[in-house]
Design a protein around this ligand. Structure first.
Ligand SMILES: *[C@@H]1O[C@H](CO)[C@@H](O)[C@H](O)[C@H]1NC(C)=O
Ligand SMILES: *[C@@H]1O[C@H](CO)[C@@H](O)[C@H](O)[C@H]1NC(C)=O
Ligand SMILES: *[C@@H]1O[C@H](CO)[C@@H](O)[C@H](O)[C@H]1NC(C)=O
Length: 658
């Protein structure tokens, strides 16, 4: 830099921001990237299929085969993960002859319902997937040959096509959850033709199909969100399939109103139904309420009762997952969203606790106080239930008394409370609605962070962290990025994460996008910008903002401060040359005297404030420039460049008095 140069410095965030500048609200993202930004930076790639829209209903991420399978309208797709959407394969699977016409005759909308919307894609065995579709209002299943690992084939086995009743809903829009365990498909759905008969169903294996007991009103207009096998312990006999859903139930205060509540329900994998009672019906089904509420003044609580989505965060192989649940509230006064986290241990505790009991329809619910029969209803037959002379090897051996009790008491009395008793994240007054949640546990320099990705109804993804600061009960929320994944506003309906590939797969009705979890250089080319971003994936490596990898920090000192985002501490001495200029956490752009170049300072973060300083050669320190530097700069330095120049970060040292 020539000694006669004028330095015009643009301050991005940093100490001055902390020293009294108004801080923007927590919901303002640090970085907002448009659809174009994401594509041009190769951060995302979009697949919309050959017809410009997939009508996507199902997405299965197969990391063993390195492929992504998509279920759409009358078609299934296979994409290779190791190539940027190269080489898509398509299998057309329209309704069977006559089904479309029959659907129209039933009075269904030919465009909305009378196609085969593929809603189930589950791994069947090493070479085949099980696929089920709505089949123009006649659910249908088939096996899809996908080849061994390394092959890229996709074709439908015509001889495998069979009825999908109970395994797939009739409609593309009806809430539904499924999981494939031990060769059998578990579904939570409205199986009835008119969408009225809600049930949990198991089918597909050599055992007879098992379903919910429809006489007992076990489920009240359930909206299924997720189903998964979660082992309770190392004893496989104890394995259960958990269902997450919400229900509409009569108001607990005995009035005429109805309220929405969220549930976790479960069944034993080795449930075989009863021998005389509950024949081919679940004998181990239990459910409990999932609570997610914010304590208010005077003991009031704001409840978030409508379950939107659930993500299981498996920390390590063999450990129990943490249950991340996204809720909304449907109150007349405001719309809000909350994320609550549940430990499996707390869920198990509730299922071990008292059963809910009601003496009659008009009575209050209370804990069941009588004697509970043995084996305890809801317990899977295993070594634990075995007694001398009475092995209880199967639920068919359970005494009638046990099955009668299970039938009459499917609900637990206590609700499941979230970790720390409150949400980790609450969002109100949002412009968008939140639909999907995915979480990644990230190691950073100063600790471990759960990065939460939220899919909105406007085709964007929010990347958020919730910090537990000091002893405060209320977490601090930092919105790191807002990423407009789809060009047009469209609700995000599917989200899957590949930690191995550091990629998020984001689905909407239109199609699917692969989105990198991070792109650190986007935060800027300055240490201060990198530090202010507070992104656990990113750190300043001395030269640029790059991916932070724990354990590799020996070579270089990595600068990162997720907890406080304080560049003054982190970026001290990061640029010796600029220290002489004595500026504070600053990105500087330079212009020379009599040069009418336009200087621009566009901070990457919408949270940063910009101030301009002017440094004349020979001055002790910079003066803050008045006026708008982009149009007019004082002191005859009218500067203009065709492109914004962001050159260097400079960091002020406290003046030493000697
Ligand atoms: C994006 O990827 C394409 C193809 O691989 C490449 O040509 C282009 O330079 C990349 N752009 C950026 C900004 O990395
Ligand atoms: C998978 O199942 C299909 C259909 O039952 C069968 O044809 C195929 O051989 C099976 N593949 C393997 C590897 O067992
Ligand atoms: C004016 O300043 C710009 C930016 O520093 C520089 O690229 C350009 O060469 C300068 N022009 C003259 C005439 O010095």
């Amino acid at each position: 830099m020539a000694p006669s140069a004028w330095a015009i410095c643009c301050l991005v965030g940093g100490l001055l921001l902390r020293g009294g500048c108004p801080s923007p609200g927590p919901s303002v993202p640090r970085l907002r990237l448009s659809y174009r930004d994401l594509l041009s930076a190769n951060r995302s790639a979009i697949f919309l299929g050959p017809r410009g829209s997939l009508d996507l209903q199902a997405l299965y991420l197969d990391e063993y085969r390195d492929r992504l399978f998509l279920g759409g309208r009358d078609a299934i797709y296979s994409l290779r993960l190791d190539q940027a959407w190269m080489d898509p394969r398509e299998v057309l699977w329209p309704p069977q002859p006559g089904q479309r016409e029959a659907c129209v005759r039933k009075g269904r909308d030919p465009l909305v319902d009378c196609a085969n919307f593929v809603r189930v894609l589950q791994p069947h065995n090493r070479t085949h997937l099980l696929a089920c579709g709505t089949g123009a209002f006649q659910p249908t299943c088939a096996l899809i040959a996908v080849g061994h690992r390394g092959e890229h084939v996709l074709h439908l086995e015509p001889r495998s096509v069979e009825s999908g009743r109970g395994r797939c809903p009739h409609e593309p829009s009806s809430p539904f959850a499924s999981t494939f365990v031990g060769g059998e498909l578990y579904t939570g759905l409205n199986a009835d033709f008119l969408g009225r008969e809600a049930m949990v169903f198991r089918s597909g294996g050599p055992r007879p199909a098992l379903r919910s007991d429809s006489d007992q009103n076990l489920l009240h207009e359930p909206q299924f969100v997720m189903a998964a096998r979660i082992p309770d312990n190392l004893d496989q006999d104890d394995d259960k399939v958990y269902f997450f859903f919400s229900e509409t139930v009569p108001s607990p205060d005995g009035g005429l109103g109805r309220v929405i509540v969220s549930r976790v329900g479960r069944v034993c994998v080795n449930d075989a139904g009863g021998q005389r009672v509950l024949v081919n019906k679940w004998s181990t089904f239990l459910k409990a309420r999932l609570l997610c509420s914010v304590p208010g003044p005077g003991g009031t609580e704001t409840h978030f009762d409508q379950l939107e989505d659930v993500f299981l965060l498996w920390p390590n192989a063999g450990k129990n997952p943490e249950v991340y649940a996204l809720f909304s509230t449907v109150s007349a006064v405001f719309q809000g969203y909350a994320v609550c986290v549940y430990h499996m241990a707390d869920i198990w505790e509730v299922f071990k606790g008292p059963f809910a009991h009601q003496d009659g329809p008009q009575h209050q619910w209370g804990p069941y106080g009588g004697k509970v029969p043995f084996p305890r209803p809801g317990v899977c037959p295993s070594k634990m239930t075995a007694q001398p002379g009475r092995p209880f090897g199967s639920t068919k051996d359970y005494p009638d008394e046990v099955l009668q009790f299970a039938r009459a008491h499917p609900l637990m009395f206590r609700p499941v409370r979230p970790r720390r008793g409150r949400p980790v994240l609450v969002k109100t007054h949002l412009a968008q609605q939140l639909r999907q949640i995915v979480v990644d546990r990230v190691e950073a320099e100063d600790g471990t962070y759960d990065v939460i990705f939220l899919g909105t109804d406007s085709g964007s993804v929010l990347k958020v962290i919730a910090l537990q600061v000091g002893g405060s009960a209320e977490p601090e929320e930092v919105v790191l990025e807002e990423l407009q994944v789809f060009k047009v506003p469209t609700p995000i309906t599917e989200m899957e994460i590949s930690v191995k590939r550091q990629t998020l797969y984001v689905g909407s009705r239109l199609g699917v996008a692969q989105l990198q979890l991070h792109q650190c250089q986007t935060y800027g080319s300055a240490c201060a910008e990198c530090c202010l971003a507070r992104d656990p994936y990113c750190a300043w490596d001395g030269a640029s903002c790059t991916r932070y990898r724990p354990g590799t920090s020996k070579r270089r000192i990595r600068r990162q401060d997720i907890r406080h985002g304080n560049p003054a501490l982190q970026c001290l001495g990061q640029s010796q040359e600029e220290e002489a200029a004595g500026l504070v956490a600053t990105t500087a752009v330079y212009g020379t005297e009599h040069n009418s170049t336009f200087l621009e300072c566009l901070p990457k973060s919408p949270q940063a404030t910009v101030r301009w300083f002017l440094q004349r050669p020979g001055d002790d320190g910079p003066d803050q420039a008045r006026g708008a530097p982009r149009t007019k700069c004082p002191c005859s330095c009218h500067l203009r460049t065709p492109r914004p120049h962001v050159v260097e970060v400079i960091q002020r040292r406290k003046p030493t008095n000697s």
